[in-house]
Design a protein around this ligand. Structure first.
Ligand code: ATP
Ligand code: MG
Length: 450
């Protein structure tokens, strides 16, 4: 906290105009405003539809939790050790802003003990104290899904298919899927030994900034983005050579399922998660259109023991999280899923005081028509310009003549595809407005069909 006790918390409270200060979003955060936000809403809509079709229900957990919930992800991880926003509340509770959701989902499972399989999806803001750059922010947003309570490899296929189906729905294509298996505890112990002795042999070639991981978190060497380390990682022993018969069969069934569903994938041997909880399947979708430092748009995997660590019964789980901002960057790079036009269908022009605009927009919205108007009693010309800008297909004009006669003038402006119209303007009694609008909409739509 900066400022001396004599400085008011908010300069605006001081009453001193010279002290007024303008504020900006904190570093690493962004406002999301129209029209861009329309794209966000549409993106969520596409995910909601896919999740709903696949039987996943929405789970909303608190944005802050007891810090212990997230500590279970692994004290040694950057997410927990270096990037977490933690604080004490006014009653000295040690809390953290959520950096991810899997731990919260497992905490919720342990708390509520739902019947299994528990298939849930989530979305919202997450917080990590990282160096902000394109595709990396301090408040970012994820969509994710988790299936708890089954080991069935088909559940892995289902969860991967949900992500793939979502990408298909929004038109994203250049997002290859990489998969791997981390086996079970036995695999990790045997592999850990093999990897450690390999890394000790090659320690001199590992980037100095990664060297301390060799002793403490050898698995994390494999996903280092530093060039020298990556070269060492490329020649490292492969974890899939250490799978037990059961985990190899599980992995085989997952790959078979992906093939059966037509979901292309490749085995990436370096795709390991450096946490004790991860077992068996891991996967990532990487956007080839993005910079390699920020190209993972979706990461996921299977885990064991996290629910138990949070006070619940032994429960396996599998899930993924995808970064919305990064996903949209990938959409930009591919030129897909553009910002949707936010268009009125009907614009009400009222030069007789505004009561008709007030009442008609309300009436039209109630029957499902996107209707809007200008405020502040603007001139006919200004209102016409607003109607034009809105992209509306039809303008309704009410002047004093119309008010006296109880009528509305209906003027077609353009077809839904933006083309010109021949349909003439007509003045109709208020009672006939809706049927007239319906007829004109039909005509405008029909004209658009070649
Ligand atoms: P990275 O290796 O890029 O840091 P991560 O392994 O830390 O990613 P996860 O914890 O698996 O990421 O989170 C899932 C997804 O959330 C990532 O694939 C990415 O799309 C997104 N994500 C993670 N951190 C950020 C961030 N700081 N800003 C924006 N998106 C992020
Ligand atoms: Mg990260």
């Amino acid at each position: 906290m900066s400022g001396t006790p004599s400085t008011p918390a908010n300069p605006a409270d001081s009453g001193d105009a010279a002290a007024l200060k303008s504020f900006r979003t904190p570093i690493g955060t962004h406002d999301l405003a129209p029209p861009e936000s329309g794209r966000w809403v549409a993106l969520l809509g596409a995910f909601i539809a896919a999740a709903d079709r696949a039987g996943f229900g929405y789970l909303q957990t608190p944005i802050f939790e007891d810090i212990g919930v997230f500590a279970r992800i692994g004290e040694g991880t950057d997410v927990v050790g270096k990037e977490m926003y933690e604080f004490f509340d006014r009653s000295d509770r040690h809390l953290a802003l959520r950096p991810e959701c899997t731990a919260s989902v497992c905490r919720a499972f342990a708390q509520h003990r739902p019947t299994t399989p528990w298939k849930v999806w989530y979305q919202g803001p997450f917080f990590r104290y990282e160096a902000p750059q394109a595709g990396r922010y301090r408040q970012f947003h994820q969509i994710g899904a988790e299936t708890l309570g089954t080991d069935d490899p088909d559940a892995d296929v289902e969860i991967i298919a949900l992500a793939a189906e979502f990408f298909r729905a929004i038109g994203l294509q250049q997002v290859p899927l990489l998969v791997n298996s981390m086996g079970d505890l036995g695999t990790r112990v045997a592999y850990g030994e093999a990897l450690s002795s390999y890394l000790q042999r090659r320690a001199g070639d590992v980037d100095p900034q990664d060297r301390d991981k060799i002793a403490h978190h050898p698995l994390r060497i494999l996903d280092s983005k530093r060039e020298a380390t990556a070269a060492v990682a490329a020649e490292a022993p492969r974890i899939t050579d250490y799978l037990t018969a059961a985990t190899a069969a599980h992995f085989e069934r997952v790959r078979e399922g992906l093939d059966a569903l037509g979901i292309d994938h490749e085995v990436e041997h370096k795709l390991v998660r450096g946490l004790d909880y991860y077992t068996r399947t891991t996967f990532e979708f990487r956007a080839t259109s993005l910079d390699a430092a920020q190209d993972t748009i979706c990461g996921g995997g299977r885990y064991n023991g996290l629910v138990e660590a949070l006070g619940g019964p032994p429960t396996p789980g599998i899930g993924f999280a995808l970064g919305i901002e990064r996903l949209l960057l990938a959409c930009d790079a591919e030129g897909v899923f553009e910002v949707p036009a936010q268009r009125a269908e009907v614009w009400v022009i009222d030069t007789a005081g505004g009561a008709a605009a007030r009442d008609l927009t309300h009436e039209l919205r109630a029957v499902g028509i996107r209707a809007d108007r200008a405020f502040d009693d603007r001139s006919m010309r200004a209102q016409m310009r607003a109607a034009d800008r809105s992209g509306a297909e039809i303008a309704l004009i009410v002047g004093s003549d119309e008010v006296d006669a109880g009528t509305v003038t209906v003027r077609p402006l353009r077809r839904p595809d933006g083309g010109d119209v021949d349909t003439p303007q007509q003045t109709v009694p208020r009672a006939e407005l809706l049927p007239t609008l319906r007829r004109i909409f039909d005509e405008l739509n029909a004209e658009g069909v070649a």
